[in-house]
Design a protein around this ligand. Structure first.
Ligand SMILES: [Fe+2]
Length: 401
């Protein structure tokens, strides 16, 4: 994050003596990026963060590429999927991935993790589709609810606690192998978001209170790195910070706080951009007024985004007489072949004033691979659905990009 924040107790000067009630020094830890040239935070721990008690056997934790998938527009239907696993990690099912990003669904049945987790080499953006609760981190607690993007930078130790509910928790997890940032064009020289940005720092929600656990005994931190979950044990809680300050921390941003940019004629997907990383972007489609030129066509035009694979995840809204694409659907439009509105929907869009729909888009510059876990959700009819003799329904995606 590009604004300074602090929680808890910190000494007046960095790298100076800061003592615990028993007279011993707190253990200072710099968590920094880009080799001391990027953003960083300074944490003060009760215990040295280096004090590993033992390391268990690593577990494989990598997506498996599906073989033999033809180049085609694809549709994954996940709306009827209930729990995909018991806890946060075994419920994570990757649908798409490449060397820059992995996109997963995650519908855990358990309310709270009995271990801690960190991603050792990727930032994670967890989009909360259904569920409320708390993201508990070594830098504090972030309450969350539907529509929240939870941005968790790499190496931040955390766990999820979901509130008890009849409704299945549904999460979309976007794992980024480069830092997740706000779009550069919306920031000034100092990093502040500019007036034409569709959101500002006031919309970002850093941790609200520090969690300082003094519990002893074995505590497991599972560390994801290089396709494995590494098992690190400590004889104290990793949530043992008494204070921190800096620019590197997790935060929440709700999709409903994204202010849409509209125009007289159809606006391209970059107006919906919310985050950027190396070789991909994340965009938010939110309720908005349609184009207001007297001859405008709200539906998008056919396009060949030759350098991008475009993925849309459908979140909420009135799905416009749409059969097929629904809540929890993914559509995947690969670079190299054009895509656009379904037959009849361009005319049908004329005169429409607004949309109430929400969707999250991930556009990548490198091709994405479908995984073996994604295959059960494939809609085999989708690639031919632009045919005049197709199912003839207005597809929700017609109004998006
Ligand atoms: Fe598109």
């Amino acid at each position: 994050m590009a604004f300074y924040y602090k929680l808890g107790e910190i000494p007046h000067k960095r790298h100076t003596q800061f003592r615990q009630p028993d007279g011993s020094l707190y253990a200072e830890q710099l968590v920094g990026t880009l080799g001391f040239s990027g953003v960083s935070s300074l944490l003060y721990h009760i215990n040295p963060p280096t004090q590993i008690s033992r390391i268990g056997e690593a577990k494989p934790f990598a997506p498996k590429k599906a073989e033999g998938v033809k180049l085609a527009p694809q549709h994954l239907k996940t709306v009827e999927v209930n729990a995909t696993g018991s806890d946060y990690l075994n419920a994570r099912k990757t649908m798409l991935f490449n060397s820059d990003v992995a996109v997963s669904i995650c519908n855990p049945s358990e309310q709270e993790m009995d271990y801690y987790y960190k991603n050792g080499q990727a930032d994670e953006v967890v989009f909360v589709h259904d569920g409320t609760g708390d993201l508990l981190t070594q830098m504090g607690r972030i309450p969350f609810g539907p529509g929240d993007y939870l941005v968790i930078p790499r190496t931040i130790i955390h766990k999820f606690r979901f509130d008890k509910s009849e409704k299945q928790v549904r999460l979309l997890v976007i794992e980024s192998f480069s830092p997740i940032e706000t779009p550069r064009r919306y920031r000034n020289y100092f990093g502040q978001l500019l007036e034409h940005s569709p959101f500002c720092e006031r919309d970002m929600r850093p941790p609200v209170e520090l969690i300082t656990e003094t519990t002893k005994g074995e505590h497991l931190v599972q560390v994801k790195k290089e396709g494995e979950l590494h098992q690190f044990y400590y004889n104290f809680s990793p949530f043992d910070a008494v204070g921190w300050d800096g620019y590197f921390y997790p935060y929440a941003f709700n999709i409903a706080d994204f202010e849409p940019i509209t125009g007289r004629i159809h606006q391209p997907p970059p107006v919906h951009q919310t985050f950027e990383a190396h070789n991909f972007v994340i965009c938010s489609f939110v309720p908005r007024l349609f184009d207001y030129h007297p001859l405008s066509i709200p539906a998008p035009y056919n396009h060949s985004n030759v350098d991008s694979d475009e993925v849309l995840y459908y979140v909420e809204g009135n799905f416009m007489s749409r059969k097929g694409v629904e809540r929890g659907s993914f559509t995947i439009h690969p670079g190299g072949i054009p895509h656009g509105p379904h037959p009849g929907t361009v005319e049908a869009s004329i005169g429409k004033k607004e949309t109430e729909e929400y969707a999250v888009m991930v556009d990548t510059f490198k091709p994405l691979y479908l995984t073996e876990d994604a295959l059960p959700y494939l809609d085999e009819n989708y690639p031919m659905s632009w045919n005049e003799h197709g199912d003839g329904n207005v597809r929700k995606g017609d109004m998006f990009d």
